[in-house]
Design a protein around this ligand. Structure first.
Ligand code: COA
Length: 155
């Protein structure tokens, strides 16, 4: 089995969208992934932020992805999205993508990795905690029907 992490390409978008639709009650629009893919996996916003997307593939098939954001000069990188195909979960790919993301943030000179998780999302919360992230606060009603727990990691 060979696992690779690489920038998203346009031909990945169908699988990425399928994973997104089957992973979240409020999935991202496919156009967001298309935009990232058509810019080589990194989109720079007019305000100087970068949004970066990487996919993980196993034996040549896309099995998950991560999207993060980093400000031009600020110290905080934020993980915006991470998902692994349902039938590929619990085999270490989420941890692999998160470890890759944390490493990439550190190499970019960021000082803090931050993200939000639904309070009830035990799988994600245990993944983040297994990487040393700690709960730093709560955003009441962030998902409408549920609070978000904010996690941070000092890089
Ligand atoms: C969260 C998610 C990305 C984890 O990906 P994964 O590849 O299954 O996770 P891993 O196999 O790398 O698991 C790493 C650790 O996370 C924890 N974990 C992951 N899934 C878990 C589950 N279902 N129950 C309990 N702990 C879990 C465990 O501590 C696990 O370590 P272990 O297997 O050695 O016990 C995946 O469940 C997913 O795509 N969920 C839907 C999308 C989502 O909720 N994204 C996060 C938004 S905040």
């Amino acid at each position: 089995m060979v696992r690779t992490i690489r920038p998203v390409k346009l031909e990945d978008v169908a699988m990425v969208s399928e994973i997104e639709q089957t992973s979240f009650p409020d999935p991202w629009d496919r156009a967001i992934f298309e935009d990232l893919a058509s810019h080589g996996g990194t989109v720079k916003t007019p305000s100087g932020e970068s949004v970066v997307m990487r996919v993980v593939e196993e034996d040549g098939k896309v099995t998950g992805y991560v999207v993060w954001q980093q400000a031009g000069k600020g110290p905080v990188g934020t993980v915006l999205n991470i998902a692994i195909r349902r039938d590929c979960r619990r085999r270490g790919q989420g941890r692999l993508l998160m470890a890759y993301t944390v490493d990439a943030m550190r190499r970019s000179g960021l000082r803090i990795c931050s993200l939000e998780a639904r309070e009830s999302n035990t799988a994600a919360r245990l993944l983040y905690e297994s990487l040393g992230m700690t709960p730093a606060g709560r955003r009441p009603g962030y998902y409408g029907d549920e609070d978000a727990i904010i996690y941070t990691l000092v890089l």
